[in-house]
Design a protein around this ligand. Sequence first.
Ligand code: ZN
Length: 388
Amino acid sequence: MTTSFTLQATDGRARAGELRTAHGTLLTPAFMPVGTQATVKSLIWDDVRAMGYNLVLCNNYHLYLNPGSEYIASMGGLHKFMNWDGMILTDSGGFQVFSMATLAKITDEGVHFKSHVDGSRHFFTPEIAIKSQEYLGSDIAMVLDQPVAPGATYEQTKEAMERTHRWAAECKRIHTREDQQLFAIVQGGFVPELRRISAETLAEMDFPGYAIGGLSVGEGKKTTWENLDACIRYMPEDKARYMMGVGSPEDLFYAIEQGVDMMDCVLATRIARNAALWTHDGRINIDRPIYKGKDEPIDPECDCYTCRTFSKAYVNHLFRNKELTAFRLASIHNLKFLKNIVTGARQAIFDNNFEKYKINFLERYQVVDEKVRLDQKRRYLERKSSDD
Ligand SMILES: [Zn+2]
């Protein structure tokens, strides 16, 4: 299949490119805000646009369950339903079925599960995952895949990977919508050798783009980057590479450094709603009493609406009084913070200066302690009812 991706520049393994879709062109490396339920939580599209984003990620699992993908098709498709004329990428729902729903049975035909919302029973197959995304009409759809959790055995990991490959072939055979690109998902758990096999097997199937799934799901960071390295080297250079579920400011740098083009994560908006904000010096909790009386922006180097308009003291006041605007202002700041990182990275790659750009940022940025991070991730994954 002809690709819609053009590689424009490289710097080491880091890449700059552009991905053309039916609703616009994505300049990469790119971060994609998550709008699981056809909305980026607490924001309106003007906010998303003003930050410079032209692609949002929605979730097939959630929309299939509620309000239903056929229903959305009857409302004119997802773009029209949510009145967003930019690009939309939909995740197939594989990750959500395996991480949020109560699983009943997995076979090569598909997966039986109970909805995390109301306990209703469903059967998800490659065909349903594709048909549903065709109803939604996203610009980029994903194949149904089977990720494994940290701690899976080699045999479990291999079985899930091989099923992912069979499902990828079936999804490709079923997919018909020409204005929608279908990306495959590399799996292989935390076994570098399987990661390589998965990348090579899927590369032969000739998809227009490729994702790396099943990483950054609660394993240690070292494991994440080792397994990314094990597969990304074997992924086609002339196709877009999308690392799912990344991330934090520092993770964006590490992923881009290895040649990732696209990333998404709920972290920016989820922690924003808990008053955690990124700055060039690290993460702060703006609801702490120390920010009372601080008449200065959250980050003086940030050009987001929140930083241009309000003081730390004001945002602190909103959070402490549980004012709803706090969610919006905090989400705007964190999403723009990531947008600025990827925009800077793209420029640095063109300038052959990515390494220096990365070091400059990371030398100053105080990374959240690994133990704290894993603890937060574990608590989040345990709280299955939460969607993003
Ligand atoms: Zn800001």
